[in-house]
Design a protein around this ligand. Structure first.
Ligand SMILES: O=C(CO)[C@H](O)[C@H](O)COP(=O)(O)O
Length: 234
């Protein structure tokens, strides 16, 4: 199967197995999560799912969910009140102990806010995202308030981490996130402990959020190249 077909089947499985009528759900961001959004819309249209309220994790997801007619709420609305039943999202890397790297689409802040406040966090990936350890492969996105650029750069250098400021297409200069910040893509010289590094980076003044998702226990659905789907959790 092609990579796109794998993204679609794993996202469909997440919706079909984990989303129930009447639930509040978190909709992730990216080329895999978008298939989950489309599946929710399909089930709402057919009547298979009813009374769903969704919280989106990026402007991109919001626009797609609006286009498909999925009822949306903010995380602060009275009927969501800072909590969803299930969140479905993609990931850039999944380690053997189910620590994640996310934020390839620069939506890490809202993705984490929703995932860490979900009863179930379901991650949908194809098997190319599985790695033994994190920190040295996919660069870990760190969202930084622009005024703190030099401060955060100094602190990361003192941790012997290499980084680049993410540059976009269709605009000169840095990618600006949905929150008006910039992204440092950070690589470490050796693999890191996800929970420790997640806390440490967020302790740097000027860091808005980082792309380690290690302080949450996800259910990871992995699409294998033959189309089989494996469920990983601890
Ligand atoms: O974290 C994300 C966006 O900020 C995405 O979930 C992650 O980058 C995976 O995306 P894709 O499914 O397109 O590979």
């Amino acid at each position: 199967m092609t990579k796109d077909e794998l993204k679609k089947i794993v996202a469909y499985e997440a919706v079909d197995k984990f989303v129930k009528s009447g639930q509040k759900i978190g909709l992730g961001t990216g080329s895999t999560a978008i298939w989950a959004i489309r599946r929710v819309a399909e089930h709402l249209k057919s009547g298979k799912l009813k009374n769903i309220l969704a919280v989106t994790t990026s402007l991109e997801t919001e626009i797609e969910a609006e286009r498909l007619g999925i009822p949306l709420r903010s995380l602060n609305s009275n009927d969501i009140n800072g909590h969803v039943d299930v969140a479905i999202d993609g990931a850039d890397e999944v380690s053997s102990c189910l620590s994640l790297v996310k934020g390839g689409g620069a939506a890490l802040f809202m993705e984490k806010l929703v995932a860490y406040n979900a009863d179930k966090f379901v991650v949908v990936v194809d098997e190319s995202k599985l790695v033994p350890s994190i920190g040295t492969g996919f660069p870990v996105p760190v969202e930084v308030v622009p005024v703190a650029r030099a401060v955060v750069a100094r602190r990361l250098k003192s941790m012997r981490a290499d980084f680049t400021i993410r540059v976009g297409t269709g605009k000169c200069g840095p990618v600006i996130t949905d929150n008006g910040n910039i992204i440092f893509d950070v690589l470490f010289k050796t693999p890191v402990d996800g929970p420790d590094m997640e806390r440490l980076i967020n302790s740097i003044p000027g860091v808005y959020e980082n792309g380690f998702f290690s302080l949450v226990r996800p259910i990871v659905l992995v699409a294998k190249s033959d189309g089989a789907i494996e469920h990983l959790s601890d």
